[in-house]
Design a protein. Structure first.
Length: 460
């Protein structure tokens, strides 16, 4: 008989987690003002809030930590990290940062000014926040197919090249500091971008004299999908695919807490030394000296090793097949989600489930709260709360997709946990008709409000 798929690792250490009662969870979520970010972690049984910094490091990463060079300047750990990034991406110039949004802050401080326009494929929350904080504009050019959660196409995260060219034609290049291409496309459901699309975006960038920034939090997962879904790449290694991807980039930002498989860290990569030099002052001001940038030497060592591990096909296959396994259980139960399953998460379609909850009462947030109350599982809303208000009209923005993201930490949970998650979602789905009201905002910040927002239950 054919051997079943099995994980590419074995477990060396465990951490205990405890279940709670529904009565406890009702109390805790009310005390958190119905914001799942405000919950204490001990109040969560299975934590799918994010895959950022929540993965399990390997024995080799822990060993690398012990050899960290904590020199303020010129640490060997920096050069080890720089050489690793160069080997994987081909980019010669690197500035380390403490995480991805710090990389965005450094880069956008150097290149973005008021009134600028940055087209992209569904900018994620911190990216859009940093753009709008500078009174610039993030223009979404994602393909329309991404908004149809039932449609199965292999590269649903792609940029619509016609939409992008329309933006490039309509604006002088001086107003477009960069095109932002996010791999994988998180907001659209963790959906990958094809190499063909990357080349198409790059060609338009060159045609109009605009820089290309690749937001790279899950670049290795994207490379896996190119290898397994795109013609001509089946026999190429993950690292060779990554080198081809970044041959088209002028800049990269990286939240290394995802595909770097570390608990903290990030960096900026540049093709041109002059672009890196524009950012150096901001790097020193915001992050620290150029050879540590907010990271300890031990963290840079762990990241260098983690990036190497993210190039291993067996690791990526284990990672992505666990997400696919959860998707297969949801298929059994009829629970709708963004199809096909993405690389790092399942994105449950809240619009299709909570049809009795008005969009003004935040369907995806309501579904997230219901799942927590049901089973102690913490996910995150990717919908109207995350979309923030329009910076000009101050009205709530209601995106085409209202998704509950269940982000799977790397090398942390087993398929038994996936079975538990699926069963809990089924229970919520089965009682969906009884859920008729959501939540209203009582307190919010003007940018990236979803992290600290306070809500109250709407009573019917």
């Amino acid at each position: 008989m054919e051997l079943p798929f099995a994980e590419s690792y074995k477990i060396k250490m465990v951490e205990n987690i405890r279940k709670s009662t529904r009565e406890e969870r009702e109390k805790w979520i009310a005390e958190a003002k119905y914001n799942l970010f405000a919950l204490k972690s001990q109040y969560v049984y299975i934590d799918l809030l994010t895959d950022s910094g929540t993965g399990a490091m390997s024995d080799k990463q822990w060993a690398a930590i012990m050899e960290g060079d904590e020199s303020y300047a010129g640490a060997t750990s920096f050069y080890k990290l720089k050489d690793t990034i160069k080997d994987i991406t081909g980019l010669d110039y690197v500035l380390p940062t403490h995480q991805g949004r710090a990389a965005e802050n450094v880069l956008f401080s150097a290149i973005v000014k008021e009134g600028d326009i940055l087209p992209g494929n569904s900018h994620f929350d911190t990216t859009k926040g940093h753009i709008e904080f500078r009174k610039a504009h993030a223009i979404d050019c994602t393909i329309d197919e991404a908004s149809d959660t039932e449609l199965e196409i292999p590269f649903k995260g792609n940029m619509d090249l016609k939409k992008l060219e329309d933006v490039l034609k309509a604006n002088p290049k001086e107003k477009i500091p960069a095109i932002v291409l996010t791999i994988t496309n998180n907001t659209a459901g963790g959906q990958p971008v094809s190499m063909e699309n990357i080349k198409g975006v790059s060609a338009l960038a060159k045609k109009y004299g605009v820089k290309l920034l690749i937001d790279s939090a899950r670049f290795a997962e994207n490379a896996y999908f190119i290898k397994t879904r795109e013609a001509g790449y089946a026999d190429k290694s993950i690292i060779d695919i990554c080198r081809e991807i970044y041959s088209h980039a002028d800049y990269m930002t990286m939240s290394a807490k995802k595909d770097g498989i570390v608990n903290i860290g990030g960096f900026l990569g540049f093709k041109d030394e002059k672009d890196m030099q524009k950012c150096q002052m901001y790097s020193i001001m915001f992050e620290g000296y150029l050879t540590y940038g907010g990271m300890a030497g031990r963290d840079m060592n762990a990241l260098a090793q983690g990036l190497r591990e993210s190039m291993e096909f067996d690791y990526l296959e284990t990672r992505i097949k666990q997400v696919a396994y959860l998707a297969s259980k949801l298929d059994e139960y009829g629970v709708p989600y963004q199809r096909p399953a993405g690389g790092h998460a399942i994105f449950v379609d809240a619009k299709k489930i909570l049809t009795n909850v008005p969009k003004e009462e935040f369907q995806a947030q309501t579904l997230a709260i219901e799942l927590y109350l049901e089973a102690g599982i913490r996910g995150v809303e990717i919908g109207a709360l995350l979309a923030d208000r329009d910076p000009d009209t101050k009205e709530n923005r209601y995106p085409r997709l209202e998704l509950l993201r269940l982000a799977i930490p790397r090398r942390v949970y087993t398929n038994n946990h996936m079975d538990y998650i699926a069963a809990a979602l089924k229970n919520v789905y089965d009682r969906r008709e009884s859920i008729t009201s959501g939540y209203r905002i009582t307190k919010e910040l003007p940018i990236m409000r979803h992290f600290t927002i306070e809500l109250e239950k709407v009573k019917r």
